[in-house]
Design a protein. Structure first.
Length: 289
């Protein structure tokens, strides 16, 4: 299998991943992290912490799992990904550009007037973006609608949605969680980017969502826990989600905010701050090792 082509047939059983393939994914993620930091530095604004924590989930989905075709990105039977935590969009933009949805040169226009790459995803401007997000808490509701539509159309397409851990403090998330279980949306897989930090501090101090596993199970979901930076664990969890019948799956991905750049990791200051010139140079040096 060509590593950097999605699971174009939409097979339930994902391909086995070799040690060499894991290393290729790591190298790809390292390159994409450089893209993320570069575009935020050049924009002089953005959210590096959450973009870096979610990036490995996106890499697994877009390079190993999802049925997509950048040359035909409006194919009605394509899989869908909703980045509900829209402020992490630099990670999504980096992946979409690398997969060929739009020219890589667009990345340097992040957050500039007239750019197709705004500070939050815009489905009307950016090829490959399935939903305009930014107002937190809405993505799961839309994912439910997409999953129901796929069922009504007898389509095998799958719907994926990524939520932030601070985002699930929104009440709409739990209304949507009840609906997904009620309608037995087993073609829906959600990921929780559980990096433990939100804009005001540690999530456990602001408004703790624990016990998370028990809570999602009580809402009728199949729940799995993984290391959100471990590609093998992510792929195994996704395969188990595909095998689940009669219920949606929540994959709680334990991640590190600012992953890959030592001085950003687990630091709340990097939730929404761009690096200065010296910090940018330091970050690139680390990512080039």
């Amino acid at each position: 299998m060509d590593l950097f082509k999605s699971n174009s047939k939409g097979d339930e059983n994902l391909p086995a991943i070799s040690t060499a393939a894991i290393e290729e994914l790591r190298q790809k993620a390292r390159k994409l992290r450089r893209d993320v930091i570069t575009m935020i530095y050049k924009a002089a604004s953005g959210h590096p912490g959450g973009a870096l924590s979610v990036l490995d989930i996106l890499v697994v989905l877009y390079y190993m799992v999802m049925k997509i075709d950048p040359a035909n990105y409006q194919d009605p039977d394509r899989d869908r990904l909703i980045l509900s935590k829209g402020h992490a969009c630099p990670a999504l933009y980096a992946v979409l550009a690398d997969r060929g949805f739009f020219p890589a040169g667009f990345l340097e226009s992040l957050r500039k007037i007239g750019s197709p790459l705004q500070g939050h995803p815009d489905m009307c401007k950016t090829p490959g973006v399935e939903m305009s997000t930014g107002s937190l808490g809405q993505g799961l509701s839309v994912a439910n609608g997409m999953a129901l539509a796929a069922r009504l159309e007898n389509s095998r397409r799958r719907i994926y949605v990524i939520l932030g851990d601070g985002e699930i403090q929104e009440g709409q998330v739990w209304e949507a969680a009840m609906s997904a279980a009620h309608y037995r949306l087993d073609n829906l897989t959600a990921f929780l980017d559980y990096n433990g930090l939100q804009i005001d501090g540690w999530i456990r101090d602001v408004k703790s969502p624990e016990p998370l596993v028990e809570k999602w199970r009580a809402f009728g979901w199949n729940v799995l826990e993984v290391d959100g930076h471990d590609y093998t664990s992510l792929l195994e969890a996704i395969e188990r989600a595909h095998a689940q019948k009669g219920a949606p799956t929540m994959i709680i991905a334990h991640t590190v905010k600012g992953k890959g750049i030592s001085f950003m990791e687990n630091q709340i200051d990097w939730h929404g701050r761009a690096p200065n010139k010296d910090e940018y140079a330091r970050a690139l040096k680390e990512l080039e090792k």
